[in-house]
Design a protein around this ligand. Structure first.
Ligand code: HEM
Ligand SMILES: Cc1cc2nc3c(=O)[nH]c(=O)nc-3n(C[C@H](O)[C@H](O)[C@H](O)COP(=O)(O)O)c2cc1C
Length: 532
């Protein structure tokens, strides 16, 4: 990206009229937080597409520093409705607070003065401005939370309550969804072998995750951009976790600053500590998920910031994202949005399905990582490290050799390599070819788990805990933090009922013979048969 002509304006105070005149594909300026940015050269690189930026051209995004509005509301326990008319709210609910770092320095044209700021029109274009197709029966009311009884019920509620673009972001998968569907199917391919006469009046699903007590062997997976679901965003999530004594992993791409998430979590935890201690319940715990950007310095700063909060127990480094997977549904929407925005964007719309367009820019991800990088990450963090997105037994074994504390077998919810294995099959691979490995490091699985009882299947096969993603995003989107609490309750209830019906009093009794995984074993990779 070469510096545009306007960069020479750097440092000069710009007036409103001048800014307002830059709203085309050949020159597009936007104002964020009292500063003008020339995003002309960024139009083609913006992972959210050119159309959304062009629609903001020549206007100001009147930035409330996110913390002022949505966080305050969250802390006060208010349910703040998303502000459809304020583009800043749109900007903030999609992007992590650090996002402007990805614009090159020369894109910042400089501060604008108060008079110019006041004279500029406020953008009121929503980033979610694409109309939703009408539902078949025309019903568009989210049902009462009491009608949500299984995790999948949240999906329908979220679909009704969310704008199409945000809904697509959460529900989509890469390519045609074969890994996504494989994940869902894998859980049903394993059956229980229930035992009778086990006196299951009292059962406990408590366990330890990386040395820290957990009420359940499941946790909320890291998901970026929770602000797109609900104004309470990550704050609502961690407050619900604190109240239920559950574990959750916080994404690098969170819409709220990690320090604010940590503070809200601590505050809520303080309120419930006494009752947790009285009932002898484990306390909630947060972990931090790290995307490693191309610039190692940025990664190190991120790790240090996370560590400095003193809240995150472990670091989960995502290793399945050398580049972003091909998210077909998002790409189609971006193309449609560009075409609808302006005929000038036809060429852009055609390119939206390829390359950098509709991908996270290369600066955010890092395609050059090798096993060597594990050393500095471990050193920087200085606590438990988990590799998130391991997909073969060999890589899990290599991680153990390097002294990594855990591996999460995952295909990113079917959002990365579209023909990737499901986590349960990879777990079977580990048990078959490296039988001692589950005792050398903690093995986690995620992808497609939609039933609390299913968690027990993974534990029986040697997993420490199961990550659950989309159901919690949907729950938050449809019902705010109350939805997250209900989703946790549903998973816990199903798990405990499952333990009783299978005849398991505690998780030590969840051993491989309690499940029949023959169908998945049939599909497992067998080197002796694969040699060509
Ligand atoms: C000018 C500064 C901006 C930068 C540097 C920027 C950067 C990015 C980046 C890196 C992403 C990838 C997702 C992420 O990591 O968060 C993204 C996605 C997106 N951005 Fe921006 N953005 C900017 C402005 C805007 C504005 C003003 C809007 C509209 C209000 C917008 C709307 C979107 C949308 C809709 C997505 C797609 C999210 C998805 O569906 O995956 N962006 N942007
Ligand atoms: C909307 C969405 C956002 C996600 N964001 C991240 C992320 O920021 N970092 C990450 O490592 N994984 C991310 N993931 C992957 C999840 O952590 C997890 O691996 C996956 O969702 C599990 O599959 P499930 O949604 O079927 O339960 C995301 C998944 C979804 C659905």
């Amino acid at each position: 990206m070469s510096p545009p002509m306007e960069s020479k304006k750097n440092g000069v105070v710009l007036n409103a009229q001048e800014i307002a005149s830059h709203r085309s594909i050949s020159s597009c300026w936007i104002v964020i937080d009292g500063k003008a940015y020339d995003v002309t050269e960024y139009l083609d690189e913006h992972p959210g597409g050119a159309a959304v930026l062009l629609k903001q051209g020549g206007t100001k995004l009147a930035v409330y520093l996110l913390n002022d509005k949505s966080i305050l509301a969250a802390l006060l326990g208010m349910h703040l409705e998303a502000e459809a008319s304020d583009a800043t709210a749109e900007f903030r609910k999609i992007h992590s607070p650090d996002i402007l770092k990805y614009l090159p320095e020369y894109a910042c044209l400089g501060a604008i003065d108060a008079a110019a700021q006041a004279a500029l029109p406020i953008s009121n274009v929503s980033a979610d401005s694409i109309d939703k197709p009408k539902t078949e029966d025309g019903a568009n009311k989210v049902s009462h939370i009491s009608s949500i009884v299984v995790p999948n019920d949240f999906e329908a509620a979220a679909k009704i309550s969310m704008p199409l673009k945000s809904w697509t972001y959460i529900s989509s998968y890469s390519h045609d969804g074969s890994a996504f569907r494989g994940n869902l199917a894998s859980w049903q391919a394993v059956r229980f072998r229930p035992r009778i006469f086990a006196d299951v009046r009292t059962v406990t699903p408590e366990c330890r995750i990386l040395g820290s007590a957990s009420a359940f062997p499941f946790y909320v997976s890291p998901m970026g951009q929770l602000g797109r679901g609900h104004a309470v965003a990550e704050i609502g999530l961690v407050r619900a976790l604190a109240r239920r004594g559950a574990h959750g992993v916080i994404s690098t791409e969170s819409t709220v600053k990690m320090e604010e998430i940590a503070a809200a979590f601590l505050e809520e935890k303080k309120k419930v500590t006494a009752s947790a201690a009285a009932e002898n319940r484990p306390e909630a715990q947060l972990h931090f998920q790290l995307y490693i950007p191309a610039d190692r310095e940025i990664a190190i700063q991120r790790i240090r910031r996370a560590r400095a909060t003193g809240v995150f127990h472990s670091l989960w480094v995502t290793v399945d994202t050398a580049v972003l997977g091909k998210r077909s549904a998002d790409r189609k929407l971006q193309a449609a949005e560009a075409l609808a925005a302006s005929p000038d964007l036809a060429a852009h719309a055609e390119r939206a399905g390829f390359g950098m367009l509709s991908h996270v820019g290369s600066a955010q991800l890092n395609a050059s990582l090798t096993w060597e990088d594990v050393k500095w990450m471990k050193q920087e963090w200085g606590g438990p490290v988990v590799l998130k997105g391991v997909q073969t037994a060999e890589d899990a074994a290599r991680a153990a050799e390097l002294g990594v504390d855990g591996v999460l077998l995952s295909n990113h919810g079917g959002r990365q390599m579209h023909d990737a294995p499901d986590a349960l099959t990879t777990l079977l691979e580990i048990r078959t070819y490296y039988p001692g490995l589950v005792d050398r490091l903690e093995v986690f699985v995620d992808g497609g788990c939609r039933d609390g009882a299913d968690v027990l299947k993974a534990v029986a096969l040697g997993a420490k805990a199961v990550g659950v993603g989309r159901p919690f995003f949907y729950a938050l989107a449809a019902y705010g933090e109350k939805g997250v609490e209900r989703c946790l309750d549903i998973f816990a209830d199903e798990l405990i009922t499952g333990m009783r019906l299978v005849g398991i009093k505690n998780l030590d009794e969840a051993q491989p013979e309690r499940v029949n995984a023959s169908r998945l074993l049939n599909e497992m990779w067998r080197p002796e048969k694969s040699r060509l």
